[in-house]
Design a protein around this ligand. Structure first.
Ligand SMILES: [Zn+2]
Length: 294
């Protein structure tokens, strides 16, 4: 209610400026017009917001590759961002910007980790705490179920347990999101992530993904009291037929991996398929972001 009143007040104020501006212009005073244009443009101008995608953060450098980097490499990325004045945001900040008109920091950046590896807790979380930076972790929920049972903490391959998820959530620095219940792990089934199978009808497809993704939402609420607001497409496999299902399940944003700059506007549709840059071994966040922001 409060936000609606606020929005109405903003619309009223803007209208007043526009009306005043056109009156001003009509009487040959001119100057007001330029001011009006800049007020309107500022309200609608898309903001370039780089989103980085990490996976495994492993101290064993031999494992480094497209989806594995060392804690030192992550640390130097984050230090560079901090020195440059970048401020980390999470998906909720984007939703608030779009839905309630909440402001974003002057130089926003979003740090994301996919799959929910245990080494995010072991290696990334302490760095994020030290630097007081926020991040988004999208977990494969069935893996977190599995490793919570096994309670096996291996830096190379284990996934987060619910206990670790809760501890990280409680820090206020980490926002968790869904990377499917188990459809990320369905190799050989003919379906890539939550992509559509060849020859599958829309109805069959939507039922299959609804079953999996809804199960993930239910497990999240059971184990944390929180329901994810964003769905991160496994392998970047996207079908348009997934949109109504994901929206129905309460997701207000989806994350993709097209390697381009995200432009945020006040239009809720801009939160669909938020593009991200993978950060492989052998480059730096600086290189990626400087190129993106050119
Ligand atoms: Zn993944």
């Amino acid at each position: 209610m409060k936000t609606r009143v606020l929005r109405l007040a903003m619309v009223f104020a803007l209208t007043a400026v526009v009306v005043w501006g056109s009156w001003y212009t009509e009487f040959g005073l001119g100057q007001g017009e330029e001011e009006v244009v800049s007020v309107e443009a500022a309200a609608q101008e898309p903001i370039g917001l780089p989103v980085l995608m990490y996976h495994s953060i492993n101290s064993w450098e031999k494992k480094a590759g497209d989806y594995v980097i060392t804690p030192e490499a992550l640390r130097s990325d984050l230090l560079w961002l901090k020195e440059e004045g970048y401020q980390t945001v999470v998906v909720q900040d984007l939703i608030d910007y779009v839905e309630t008109g909440a402001p974003l920091p002057e130089k926003p950046v979003m740090i994301t980790f996919d799959d929910g590896y245990y080494n995010n807790y072991l290696n990334a979380f302490p760095i994020l705490q030290e630097l007081q930076m926020k991040a988004v972790i999208s977990i494969i929920i069935s893996e977190t179920d599995k490793y919570s049972q096994l309670d096996e903490n291996r830096e190379n391959y284990s996934h987060l347990t619910w206990e670790q998820v809760n501890e990280m959530m409680d820090s206020g620095l980490i926002e968790f999101q869904s990377h499917s219940y188990s459809l990320h792990k369905n190799r050989g089934s003919g379906r890539k992530g939550i992509g559509k199978k060849r020859g599958e009808s829309t109805e069959e497809y939507q039922q299959a993904i609804r079953e999996d993704v809804e199960k993930g939402q239910q497990r999240f609420v059971e184990m944390t009291g929180y329901a994810p607001t964003a769905f991160t497409y496994p392998f970047g496999a996207v079908s348009e037929d997934s949109y109504p299902v994901l929206e129905e399940l309460g997701f207000r944003a989806t994350l993709d991996a097209q390697g381009k700059l995200f432009h945020i506007t006040r239009d809720p549709a801009c939160l669909r398929r938020i593009p991200r840059y993978n950060r492989p071994w052998g480059t730096t966040a600086q290189k990626i972001i400087e190129k993106a922001m050119k």
